[in-house]
Design a protein around this ligand. Sequence first.
Ligand SMILES: *Cc1c(COP(=O)(O)O)cnc(C)c1O
Length: 583
Amino acid sequence: MEETEYFYHPLENIEDVDVFEEAVERKRLTKSLSKDRPYTYWTLEIYDQENGIRGGGGLGVLAADTRRVADQLDVPFILITPFYPSEIHQIIKDGKMYDAHRLVDYNIFGFRYVDTVNIKCDGRVCHLDVIQKTFNSTKIICVTEPNFGELYSGMSGSDHRLYQEVSLGFGGYQALKLIGVKPAIMQLNEVATFFAALARLDELVSNGMDFYEAVVYTRKHTLYTNHTLVQAAEAEFGYQQFERYVFPNLKSPAVKKWLSDKFCDGKLKLSSVTIEIAELRSGVSKLHARVANYHDIAGNKVKFKAITNGIDMNRWVMSEIMNLYERDQILDENTMPEIGFAEKVEQISAQEIRALKAIGRGILNETLASRPDHNGKILRFDDNDFIFDFKRRFVDYKRPEMPFRDPAKLRAVLEPRGAHYIIAGRVHAGDNTMMKKLIELLWTISRDSYLATHVHYLADYDEKLAYALSCGSNAAINIPIVGLEACGTSWMKDVANLNLLISTHDGGVADASTESYLNVRGADENEELSELYRRMEEAIQAWDNDFDLEFWVRKQLAAYLPVVSGARMLNDYLDYLFPSQKA
Ligand SMILES: *Cc1c(COP(=O)(O)O)cnc(C)c1O
């Protein structure tokens, strides 16, 4: 049998002394979170260009940051993800926009081949290469093969997606066995990674564990992290698809029966079975955990523990600003806010903010030197220029086009100060509606003589641009339709890098009060739009007035540094998973 002892036990379930003693014993055992029994993190997406893997957005950035923070805090941690041999880049050239597909070679990024594992798919045996890269206390393990395709290639619900998901789950689980690792915990970063937990259940049962015991065991060691709001929007797989891709990989008839019984009219949503296999469940901000609308198979509403996303501050915050946080004892050496940090941020002066942001402007200019705007122009900004940025995926609910609904008004906001507005964000491949909106937006810009020279769209948004803009701009605009952003992390990069945040009260921003930043609200979209323009004017005024600049920067830091800290996030996960173990 693979494992006999298990040690996770939620403290709130303690009912009598015997159980309590058992819990104490388990707490002791959690200390043995080790290289052989690590925290394992499963994700279809990681955004980690430094290690050769480009993601699509926030979910991937979160995965990369979680691994880096674990590495800094010496937590034994393995991230298991596919390596996609091809990635998409967005190109704008001579007024045309198109996608370019580039091959990526994992050898260049320090990954080493371990071995090949096999899974069954559609009547064939598929060979998956296992590659790994080792860091301090963490590893990235990938499964890959030449035809693996790109991240999110094919429709969700398609055969190819199922193939990728099954490869990660069954292939990744075999990869762990190859290197002699047993997961202490399996964190499933969204339901596409369900098959990893299924592979574990199947192995326990086929090794002789009683089926129900194996279900209980798997449930206690599996954390499902949800990033989505509505279950109804999730794609479904059909029974026939499972017959081709999933069932052939199961050794245990009992597990197959269990899974077959979960189909409803021949269809299955992975969330319904992920909820069944994971007793631990988390959402990615306070608001999201409260409003995520999920039901288990019995129809009961699912509760999610709120663990707000954080960022790896060492990765995303200018080192000069990190030095200030350390010097003034605002953050400790693990990037956790120190006791009393909220009073200490009161010492940050406008003069210091301006000096730091001048360094940030240099970083931005350096990056922009090789990233022309949509007109092919190389941008270069003076310290005194004012820059708004909107940098996030070009998806409908984030409302990238909202500030352009009244171009004359936008011009009136920007022109008196000579302010610029930078947009960076890719349209999801195949999203024709948003592609049309982007083209319309570029038309709107080109028709106004001021906007044509002061609004810039930067193609191929990636980590590098995200970092450069959070270092070098003055104010960031984050205006999702309230209720639709699960957390968002780009606003965290802005707050930590001393930009002013103009935002609707949604996602992780809503972890603190509406007084903490330049809040945009209104009874309808028209009201929100006028409020947005008003807040943009306020941001401009604040940068030209020491008192206001200090007021907002200090307020943002006091409210959000604990939210932003990735070390805080990882500690929250460890607290939830192993009530005794802290990094
Ligand atoms: C930080 C970051 C994100 C996260 O964006 P949100 O819209 O805040 O979820 C996405 N893409 C890149 C490249 C990033 O650096």
